[in-house]
Write a protein of this length. Sequence first.
Length: 505
Amino acid sequence: MKTSSDRNLKDLPVAFNMMGDIEEQFPVDSIKLSDGTKIWNLVRVLLCVYIQKQDGGIEAEEISSKTLFYLLKEGLLPLNLSNKEIDICGFSGTESRKVRNGKFYDIYMDPLYEIIDGDFYIFEWPTPQGYRRNYRKNIYSKNYTQMHIPIFSKAFLNIGMYKLLQKKRFFIENERTLQEIIEYFSKKTLLNENEISRYVYDAIAVFFYMKEFFVKNLQKISPKAVLIRCGYGRFHMALSQACQELNIPSIELQHGIITKYNIGYVKTTESENRDCIPEYIFTYGDIFSSIIKNGSLFAHEKVFTTGFLYIEEIRESPPSINNRLKDFISNFSINILVTSQWPIADEIKKFVADILKELKKSKQNVGIVFKPHPRDWRDYSDMGKNENIFIADKYGDIYEILKVIDIHSTAYSTSGLEALAFGKPNIFIDTGKTSIKEIIDVVDNQTSFMVASPQQFIERINYIISNYKSISKEAIKASEMFFKPNAKKNIEKFLKIIGIKTKND
């Protein structure tokens, strides 16, 4: 098996396989907190994320200081929870909202208002950097709460004391195994052991205190079920564990691409350890359900294929884009949307720059709409100076853009699958790091193509445009492998299975 010394650290398969090596060599499920929580499912995510963060550099440090400012600013506000028992609550994030009919619409949670019968409350986290967008009160969600940790809460004080004094009020059973794993990980990745250890222990402390925070507040509102947009990470896994301890069904809604190397959904070794993960997961398509069921993390009977409700709603409506983008695309005979991925954003940016050079040589009238990932902190204003480039809002609605462009391109973003649902062919870019071919079977050379050079990219553009009508038609057919049709009926069916009343009951 290859290790990180053989290939780039940020290569997803390398990081994933390293976790499998650890699971085979160490008794990982023996690592528990003082309350009995098995924390390996959390730790394996932390280690993989740590690898992905290694290219943060100075920019990441700057964001860290901003995060503290945002957390303190929001922490001064009380947490406005409902004073009554509610039926369902959904936990989402500020980056999930898109402007729709003048309202900021959560694309994962808000469509469920048409299905769920009863009080449905949405609790919304800021971005991982602590930033929350300014909605100017135009929120679609009927019951909406800005989720944060109040400064005078027990959780905030405990986390603050741990950060200051590095003293925890919980113990870790079989802590020596955890330390040996960190030592092993450090040697394999050539990363600083002390820094890794500090990162992991800080995250475990946050997890523990946030779990207490969630238990207390969930007991107060007593929901019949909790919906979660993303199930992995310190806060999300603390929420899932709190639900587990209170016997509240927790359901994750797929929010991005799920592959055989997704650390949050798949393990390489068999285990009955379900701690720190949601009880159920609703996926877009059978291909994702199959990956999860083969991944040894979720129980097979708790994985349901439902489809993606929002994408079915939005593709039937007329395009809604701002005048700047409308004017830009009108200048070109071919328009391509390039969606970036924050872990390899620099590589994609360079590839796009090289494409522009090739387009200039060939004198083709092609415009590129470049959309950064919502988690990307980089400044792309220098790219925007090129008349063939339009820098889209990183929080903008990608589905509206997909309606008006001709071809879509990315490295391994979910948008490569979503583009097919809009009849848009894909050109996947192989940056020399993680390739879409390694993580999901979408490159069929009929609707989705792979290129490794700008020259190949131009060749693919020409081929697609010369056969556009038939390729676009095939793209829509291919999308059903990734997005099961009739999402509303599917979701209603599975909500009934787990005891949630719907409006059609």
